[in-house]
Every structure is written in structure tokens, then in C-alpha cells.
Design a protein around this ligand. Structure first.
Ligand code: SAM
Length: 220
């Protein structure tokens, strides 16, 4: 009961926080309205749950959730993102973060997700809201070409150990200097010490509670 009340308060707090971003940016406001309209037809939590039954724990993160815009803002400021950057959201869900980076930072942003419904919906919203510099791709994050990324966002809290090891292996092909934000664990926990430089660790809030976000730079 106590945790249900806490969740309700966190949901209201996060929704109000996001609302302030929607009200400040007309492009994002349009995305918000369209996402809300789509939400009544397709509940993302249910969509993700139903689709993920076809995959093993080692391939996917089955639990859906979204990052608050305030957290994206904190991480983007720490990373010093500008319109020259190219951001990848690995497992972008409905693509709200991808729209946030394109609308607020003004950079190119790419969302990857395994659930075709999310990609179809995000592409429909992109078209309806007339947003440029965003791209949504339907495939596994383990098969994604990240060669033009300057910043990668990984809300992979619920990935299996095996999946994170696989991703870290994939990141070995990235050029030096790429910034990666990970939620709840630093990549150095899965890589060799010299592979990453930890730039910042910061406490951030999610609907399920507080955790640490890590911003690291890939070394050469
Ligand atoms: C926790 S949600 C994060 C959504 C978004 N990144 C955010 O922070 O708001 C995780 C998303 O990753 C997707 N996903 C899980 N495993 C994946 C995989 N192997 N390849 C691509 N997408 C995946 C799920 O479909 C889900 O939409």
C-alpha cells in the first residue's frame, strides 16, 4: 500500500516535470499530444509485455519504462550535447527521449527498438508532428551500427548480465571519445579498466525509485 502511494506520487511528479518541458517547446508539445492520443489505443507497458514473451532473457529487456525528461536534461548537460551531436537511444520504446533530444538539443537522434508497434507509432508521430533529424529503426540493439554515434543512451537496468556483456563487447568497435550514459551500473563493471573513463555519476529518479546514472567516455 505504502509503495503504491509512493509510485502514485512519483508518477504525478514525473508527469508534471515532463509537462513543463512540453509547455516550453512547441515541437515537443505536439509530440506530447500525439503520444497521449496513441496511448489510449496502445498502452506501451502492455505492448512491450506481450511482444517480449517471444524472446529469451539474454536477448531483451522485458520490463518497459520511460526516462523522465529532467533526467535526459541532466545527462545531456553533463555530456555537453549540442546540435552537432548524434544521439542513439538503445531500446527507445515510444521514442519520447528521441523526440526530446531532437526538439530541445536540436541534434540528430536515432531510436532503436525491437517492438515493431513502437517504431510504427514513433514514425507516425514524427510525420504528424513534422519533426526532422529523428530516425527510428526496428531491430535489435545488438545488431545496430553505431559508428556515427557521439552519445549513446542505455536505460538497460533490466537487461540480463549476459546481454550487458554482449553490448560491452559490441561497444569495443566504437571510436574513442563516444559518450555513453548508462542507468544503474557503470560499463566499467563489465569491461577492462582502461576501456572507459567515468566522467560523472549522478543520482536520478525513475518511477520505481532513485538510482545512479553513469556518464562515461570510451577510450581508444
Ligand atoms: C525500459 S524501456 C526504455 C525506453 C526509453 N529508452 C526510455 O528511456 O524512455 C526499454 C525498451 O527496450 C526495448 N528493447 C529491449 N530489448 C531490446 C533489444 N534487444 N533490442 C532493441 N530493443 C530492445 C523494449 O522494447 C523497450 O521498449
Amino acid at each position: 500500500m505504502k509503495s503504491a502511494v509512493a509510485l502514485l506520487f512519483r508518477s504525478i511528479f514525473e508527469a508534471l516535470g515532463n509537462l513543463t518541458w512540453y509547455c516550453r517547446n512547441w515541437q515537443l508539445f505536439k509530440v506530447g499530444l500525439l503520444t497521449l492520443a496513441h496511448y489510449f489505443l496502445l498502452n506501451p507497458y502492455r505492448v512491450c509485455r506481450e511482444y517480449m514473451v517471444y524472446f529469451s532473457e539474454n536477448q531483451v529487456q522485458k520490463i518497459y519504462g520511460e526516462t523522465a525528461f529532467a533526467t535526459l536534461a541532466t545527462l545531456s548537460t553533463l555530456a555537453g550535447l549540442s546540435s552537432k551531436d548524434t544521439v542513439y537511444d538503445l531500446g527507445c520504446g515510444r521514442g519520447l527521449g528521441v523526440f526530446w533530444w531532437a526538439s530541445v538539443i536540436g541534434c540528430k537522434s536515432v531510436g532503436i527498438d525491437l517492438v515493431p508497434t513502437f517504431i510504427r507509432q514513433a514514425n507516425a508521430i514524427k510525420k504528424q508532428a513534422g519533426i526532422q533529424h529523428v530516425e527510428f529503426m526496428h531491430h535489435s540493439i545488438f545488431e545496430t551500427d553505431l559508428s556515427d554515434a557521439t552519445f549513446i543512451y542505455l536505460y538497460g537496468t533490466a537487461f540480463s548480465e549476459h546481454a550487458v556483456h554482449r553490448l560491452v563487447e559490441q561497444f569495443r568497435a566504437l571510436p574513442a571519445g563516444v559518450l555513453i550514459a548508462s542507468i544503474s551500473y557503470p560499463l566499467s563493471a563489465y569491461a577492462q579498466a582502461h576501456e572507459y573513463t567515468l566522467l560523472h555519476e549522478v543520482e536520478v529518479g525513475f518511477l520505481w525509485g532513485k538510482t545512479t546514472a553513469y556518464l562515461q567516455r570510451k577510450n581508444g
